[in-house]
Design a protein around this ligand. Structure first.
Ligand SMILES: [Zn+2]
Length: 242
């Protein structure tokens, strides 16, 4: 009986003193410093899943990036400076926010064979890499959030090797810094990390083993800056070609 009684009392109090005075504290209110509403959306219209797309490598101090810190990821201070989403070749990619196309196939940014940069009015830019084809867009062209701007491709050009979208968020218009998209894209990132293929985790510096071990505590990248992950005592240990 007790829950019923409480509900009745609650209802009568609410009707006697409506609205403001009785609004309870929200037990699910965020207490960290992340913004309430992140400004961007995901780069796919379809929900995630085994027959659509999955997150396979997050942004930051990943083990994969550590192993290629002096080669592939050297320009980005040794970190994986974007998020990888596995998807079949040809999967439509959508703009994560309203903006204007700033660069098409600027391959000095990496992520061949085709890529696209969109500048957004909030001071960020989004970069879509490893696209299948040159996007049919030109610099200066406006795009809307959710608009299809390209197709997923494969960096190896086969569509059977490792087709995926590499998505970055940078500063606009300079494009010299990379930010953690997890903090800027509205999504259930913890669930995406559980169902994707990211099983190897983050590289540890045994001198400071808790640093940069989570989806949302990764450092910003300044392109051309010093390596951030050239750890003296890394774990897993240094990897060498067998
Ligand atoms: Zn990537």
């Amino acid at each position: 009986m007790r829950p019923f009684v409480l509900i009745v009392i609650g209802a009568s109090i609410r009707s006697a003193f409506p609205a403001v005075a009785l609004s309870p504290p929200d037990p699910f209110q965020r207490t960290d410093s992340a913004p309430e509403q992140r400004p961007f959306g995901l780069p796919f219209a379809e929900p995630p899943g085994p027959d659509t797309w999955l997150m396979v490598q997050p942004y930051g101090n990943t083990i994969g990036a550590f192993r290629q810190r002096k080669t592939t990821y050297r320009a980005g201070q040794g970190l994986h400076f974007g998020i990888d989403f596995a998807a079949r070749c040809g999967t439509p990619v959508v703009a994560i926010g309203d903006g204007m196309v700033s660069e098409v196939d600027a391959l000095f940014h990496g992520a061949a064979p085709h890529n696209l940069m969109i500048d957004h009015p909030n001071g960020y830019a989004s970069f879509y890499g490893h696209l299948l084809e040159r996007p049919p867009l030109s610099p200066g062209q406006p795009v809307r959030r959710g608009q299809v701007i390209g197709k997923v491709g494969d960096p190896d050009g086969t569509c059977r090797s490792r087709p995926h979208l590499h998505l970055e968020i940078r500063d606009a218009p300079a494009h010299r810094r990379a930010y953690n998209p997890v903090l800027l894209i509205e999504a259930d990132w913890d669930s995406l990390a559980l169902i994707g293929g990211f099983s190897r985790g983050f590289q540890k510096d045994l001198a400071d083993p808790r640093r940069w071990q989570f989806l949302d505590d990764q450092p910003e990248v300044v392109f051309g800056g010093p390596l951030l992950n050239d750890f003296a005592n890394p774990w897993p240990p240094e990897w060498r070609e067998p």
